[in-house]
Design a protein around this ligand. Sequence first.
Ligand SMILES: Cc1cc2nc3c(=O)[nH]c(=O)nc-3n(C[C@H](O)[C@H](O)[C@H](O)COP(=O)(O)OP(=O)(O)OC[C@H]3O[C@@H](n4cnc5c(N)ncnc54)[C@H](O)[C@@H]3O)c2cc1C
Length: 270
Amino acid sequence: MGTTSSPTTVEDALKALSNGARVINGGTDVMVPVNEGRDWVDSWLNLRNVESLRVIEQSHDGIRIGAGVTFAKIETSLVHLAPALARAASTVGSRQIRNVATIGGNVATASPAGDSILPLLTYDAEVELVSLRGTRSVPLTQFLVGPKRTSREPDELLSAITIRDFQGAQHFAKVGTRNAMVISICSICARLDRERGIARVAAGSVAPTPLLIHSAEEALLRQNAAAEFSRLVVEASSPISDHRASAEYRRHALGVLAERVHRLLWQETQ
Ligand SMILES: Cc1cc2nc3c(=O)[nH]c(=O)nc-3n(C[C@H](O)[C@H](O)[C@H](O)COP(=O)(O)OP(=O)(O)OC[C@H]3O[C@@H](n4cnc5c(N)ncnc54)[C@H](O)[C@@H]3O)c2cc1C
């Protein structure tokens, strides 16, 4: 299994990272290939004891969610402030998975199916990265560069995700082969802030990365445009066929979800 370092501060974690250790938090992604014998890790950097990464802070500037915050905490703590994120968190895996799986692990894995990534995209989230060289923030859209690929440098830790614009009605929905413990076949999150004229929509498992679909925003801002909105969302997608579903089924399911969230958001904001 190799050696494990379990620092209690970010500074000590960064020192261990500079020695080439592999980061582990909940372990629910990184341990899968290791357990199956497809991956071997000589040196682990366990972040679970770094308390400063496990806090949610709210200020006049927004909400800063530490990378080590679990989905169990998000689904209860953010249910009123960021309901789509809380909802997405509540659909991850099972209770046992949510008790250890972290938002930082989900974002760092950068799976096209990463559930928390969709609401974060609709909130225009920023990813905070820290290294011994300093701290930088990048928009989540620029952090995700390909399937399971990010713009994180090897000496950087993901320290937090910051959201500032999370107001308005919002919905997250996903389709899977059953209700729990499956990676989604397709997923959607949409946010409508009618007062400020802001609309966002993001889709998952239908492109190499979770997708923020600007071309459908204007149709989300119009009440009787659910069908048009659905068409635009599907047009922006580029799903593949795999063992979970065909590309055709993914497009169909995404269209159904899109039309449904459009109607729901408008019903709620009447
Ligand atoms: C049974 C099962 C069901 C699942 N269901 C879902 C689901 O429904 N939806 C979903 O989206 N995901 C699901 N997952 C995937 C997984 O649970 C999530 O992606 C989870 O958020 C990963 O978090 P973690 O803390 O366990 O990450 P880890 O496995 O510890 O790490 C994941 C990756 O991120 C890196 N990493 C972690 N933290 C940091 C950091 N702070 N800085 C830099 N790099 C970091 C690690 O090196 C690794 O590459 C499931 C997994 C399992 C095993």
